[in-house]
Write a protein that binds this ligand. Structure first.
Ligand code: ADP
Ligand code: MG
Ligand code: MG
Length: 883
């Protein structure tokens, strides 16, 4: 097998640029070279080598040595330089690149090939001593950090001291001799920390770097990122070795990053930053404040330093034409890294750009309208989960704001929370249920867990393409970056700004759309659901087959659900209605009653309350199907648990406290999840379900009479295992219906069906469908009962299970298609065999999970039901599944 693929100088071994084989970076370097763009020559060691490296105890396959030598020869041939040649040395970068980009996870080594001899040659051949020694110190610093794993603070300290000693504030002020002196200091630090001199053999350097790239695949940071993003551990990373081009060769040289469209708002305008006389990492690390790419952006920001369009008009024009070529070629917004060496443009990377949900929507809709992509592609381009960002509130424009300062609007959306100053605290407080805003001078990959736990991120340093900004946009967290006036004292857990002090635990608000940072919590408003969002949803609705309903049990939830496009209620739980203060007493009297007459007396009090609940819900949902689940939880959930409460409850329910205690003890269950709950309540106390059914039908008729549009109640019996259970309950419901219809002289359409949430019910679905008119797959319980895993106790071991690949994803989040899914398929098939028009839906948490929705589409269910905020996600996912 071939391990090494060359690119550049008219060669493109990768053919069509296979990302799985070459990684994203390698495939696109190959792709750009193939369409004739200026790419420094190089080669890619393919991703399967990464797995081989680990399989063989962190060593390389035999033939790799010769293949790499061929790759180096390829670069030497094109550049007419020799690797390790003291007269005219070839320098390379060693870059990682997995199938999907993992920002900041894998480290790049630049300027590899420099040593005490080649640095002299480089100085001579370039005629620029300063450049040569700057490159060498960069190389030692990076190599020591990334490959040797030495403490990078020591190197930065040395640099800071060098600047201070000379009274400089910028790296660019240091001259050749300063750098030369620093190189000597760096080498001494390496000797001290590593116990050996800095490697002088360029081949040792190269193999060390290649090993380090593979090594970084198993770093903690990379593992965390993979876990958060569902990236399999066996994909591996590729290694790209590429001739260096130099952005640090003086004033006609530069380096930059750019997007072909605005990644925050989605506008069709170039967007980016560049730095003159700098190397790649400088822009991302926020060492100097980068300059704008376009004149328009510079003017809009009121910034002074010239934009690239103004400072280097010719190279800029060439870059702009490359943008157009790339967008047309890849048919997507591109995120580009480039370098200018003495006036010549070089392309170093392109990939589909990460973008906010807002930008994803706008770009997809715009590109479809421009004819660059089809409407179907536009639908497929937007990640349904990303819509979440758009559906959440933004700051109320009318609210009073106590603005502390303003930074860059790095990732849109607003968030309030306690200020915290380190990622571990952010994670801890978030786990305890607090909203937190992570405040850092700047973030690094070590902050991933804190950023994930935080509602929002605020940094004092770094531009729009800084680590914080890129990662926050990817995660959908609001972020304000580069708020330069913040004086953060992380050690004391506070920041100062404008004479004020904000300490850990104080509430602050950030607006990632405007860049504002405010003291206190600022009220928010609901998002705008028209515009591009509306357009894409319309396109999606035209393509999907699955209906989308909502899990909703309050009028507010129902209204939200309808605004988001729900086509009915898939699950209205009724137990929450019983917990209200005004009702709980009657519920308890019902539970504590010693006979049926006593229970009925209490239920009579609950009937009007329950009816009014349904009236409100049916008014919102008039004309639409509403699945209402009759009482499900074990009765003891309604009784007090704390000794302190018994007195009070006994008094309110008008019984003596000993009876209450005895009854509570009687109702105690060892395993309530499998105990006296669901239809077992209805079987033992039919009058409870009778009251609920009556409330449903009375409410339906009331709403039909008032508004003319009757809802279609679908009465759902929970936790059925056998045909007979459902049959008994259906008799109760039908009888209540007949009674109400006779009293009111009016009927409404309704169905009686069941939740399929026990394996037995799924298997016996054929006979259960003789009675049930619909099935709703209650996949939360069905997952618990099929896997034998308690949802409430699973947290302790499920993470490990997912890490070890036992389940690919948390089965309570994404359906276990192989196991639970097979039961659903069986039930659907057997149910339909008995009753061809049986209505089939899913109402577990999984109804809002795109992967699970794809499964529901594949087996032809009629609808999915999701929580209100997930309805648009489900609509889009359903359309994607249908395409
Ligand atoms: P990341 O995946 O973190 O973006 P890259 O491999 O893209 O890492 O490298 C980061 C930066 O290093 C690039 O944006 C580029 O500016 C610089 N770089 C990488 N390779 C070269 C090269 N051959 N010549 C000049 N600069 C390079
Ligand atoms: Mg990097
Ligand atoms: Mg890059």
């Amino acid at each position: 097998t071939q391990y090494v693929y060359r690119f550049g100088g008219g060669v493109s071994d990768g053919g069509q640029g296979d990302k799985n084989l070459l990684g994203g970076k390698g495939a696109n370097l190959d792709g750009m070279a193939a369409i004739g763009l200026p790419v420094p020559p190089g080669f890619t060691i393919s991703t399967p080598v990464c797995a081989l490296y680990y399989d063989e105890g962190e060593s390389f396959p035999d033939s790799l040595k010769t293949e790499v030598a061929t790759g180096v020869a390829h670069i030497e041939g094109i550049t007419a330089k020799k690797f390790g040649d003291p007269a005219d040395p070839l320098l390379v970068s060693v870059r990682s690149g997995a199938r999907v980009s993992m920002p900041g996870m894998m480290d790049t080594v630049l300027n590899l090939g420099l040593n005490d001899a080649t640095v002299v040659g480089l100085a001579q051949i370039s005629g620029d001593d300063r450049f040569a020694w700057d490159s060498y110190r960069r190389f030692i610093q990076m190599y020591s950090d990334v490959v040797l794993g030495l403490d990078h603070d020591r190197f930065e300290e040395a640099l800071e001291i060098a600047k201070e000693d000379n009274g400089f504030s910028l790296d660019t002020e240091l001259s050749a001799s300063h750098w030369q002196k620093l190189v000597a200091e760096y080498k001494a630090i390496v000797q001290e920390l590593w116990g050996k001199p800095f490697p002088q053999d360029v081949h040792d350097q190269l193999w060390g770097a290649i090993g380090a790239v593979f090594g970084s695949w198993q770093s903690e940071r990379a593992k965390v990122y993979r876990r958060l993003n569902d990236i399999p551990g066996d994909w591996g990373t590729a290694v790209n070795v590429q001739a260096m081009v130099f952005g640090n060769m003086g004033e006609t040289s530069a380096t930059g990053v750019a997007f072909t469209r605005d990644p925050a708002k989605g506008d069709n305008a170039y967007y980016g930053e560049f730095l003159i006389n700098a190397q790649g990492e400088d822009v991302v690390a926020g060492i100097r404040t980068p300059q704008y790419l376009t004149r328009a952006a510079r003017e809009a920001a009121g910034a002074k330093p010239l934009s690239m369009e103004e400072a280097m008009p010719e190279v800029y024009a060439q870059l702009a034409s490359v943008f157009e070529t790339l967008e047309t070629h890849y048919r997507d917004m591109q995120d580009i890294e480039f370098t200018v060496e003495r006036g010549k443009l070089w392309m170093l990377q392109t990939r589909s750009g990460k973008r906010t949900a807002k930008a994803a929507l706008k770009i997809a809709v715009d590109m479809a309208n421009e004819g660059l992509i089809t409407q179907e592609e536009a639908i497929l381009r937007v990640d349904p989960m990303a819509l979440d960002q758009l559906l959440h509130p933004t700051l109320d424009p009318k609210a009073v704001r106590d603005v502390l300062t303003k930074g860059l609007p790095a990732s849109p959306g607003a968030a309030s929370g306690y200020a915290v100053f380190d990622s571990d605290t952010a994670e801890k407080r978030a786990a305890a249920g607090d909203s937190v805003i992570l405040v850092r001078v700047e973030t690094s990959p070590e902050d991933i867990h804190g950023m994930h736990a935080a509602r929002g991120i605020l940094t004092a340093r770094g531009g729009m393409t800084s680590h914080a900004a890129v990662v926050a946009r990817g995660m959908g967290r609001p972020c304000v970056s580069g708020a330069g006036t913040l004086a953060i004292v992380a050690k004391e857990k506070l920041f100062r700004v404008g004479g004020r002090e904000v300490r850990e635990g104080d509430t602050i608000t950030i607006d990632g759309t405007t860049g504002e940072v405010m003291f206190g919590a600022v009220p928010t408003v609901q998002p705008e659901l028209s515009g591009d969002f509306g357009t894409l949803m319309l396109w999606a609705d035209a393509k999907r087959r699955l209906k989308v309903r909502a899990n909703a049990e309050t009028p507010l939830d129902c209204r939200t659900a309808r605004e988001f496009g729900a086509e009915g209620i898939g699950l209205c739980r009724t137990e929450h209605m019983f917990f209200e203060q005004s009702r709980i007493t009657a519920v308890r009297q019902m539970i504590l009653a010693s006979d049926e007459a006593g229970r009925r007396a209490a239920l009579d009090k609950l009937l009007p309350e329950q009816r009014s609940d349904f009236v409100e819900i049916f008014e919102v949902m008039a004309g639409l199907p509403c699945t209402i689940r009759l009482l499900d939880p074990p009765l003891h959930e309604f009784l007090p648990h704390e000794e302190a409460e018994f007195e009070e409850v006994a008094k309110a329910a008008d019984i003596d406290v000993d009876t209450l205690r005895r009854r509570a003890a009687e109702l105690h269950e060892f395993n309530p999840m499998l105990g006296h709950r669901g239809c077992r309540l209805g079987v033992t106390y039919p009058e409870i379900y009778e009251m609920q059914a009556r409330a449903i039908f009375e409410a339906a008729i009331e709403v039909a009479e008032r508004s003319g549009a009757a809802p279609i109640p679908e009465v759902m019996i929970p936790l059925v295992a056998t045909r007979r259970e459902l049959e008994l309950m259906k008799i109760v419901v039908d009888k209540a219906a007949q009674a109400v219809f006779a009293e009111k002289g009016r009927t409404v359409e309704y169905l009686v069906g069941t939740m399929i949430e026990l394996p037995r019910a799924a298997l016996r679905a054929g006979e259960i469908a003789e009675v049930g008119e619909f099935f709703s797959f209650g996949t939360n319980d069905l997952t618990q009962t099929t896997l034998g895993v308690s949802r409430d106790d699973a947290a302790r071991f499920l993470t490990t299970y997912v890490e070890k690949g036992i389940y690919a994803r948390d089965p309570f989040v994404s359906l276990d298609v192989e196991g639970v899914g097979e039961l659903i398929s069986i039930a659907a098939e057997r149910g339909r065999a008995t009753r061809p028009d049986i209505k089939l839906g899913i109402c577990g948490e999984h109804g809002g999970d795109p992967a699970s929705i794809a499964f529901c589409e594949a087996i032809g269910l009629d609808y999915v039901s999701a929580s209100p905020y997930r309805v648009p996600i489900a609509r889009l996912a359903a359309a994607q599944a249908a395409l």
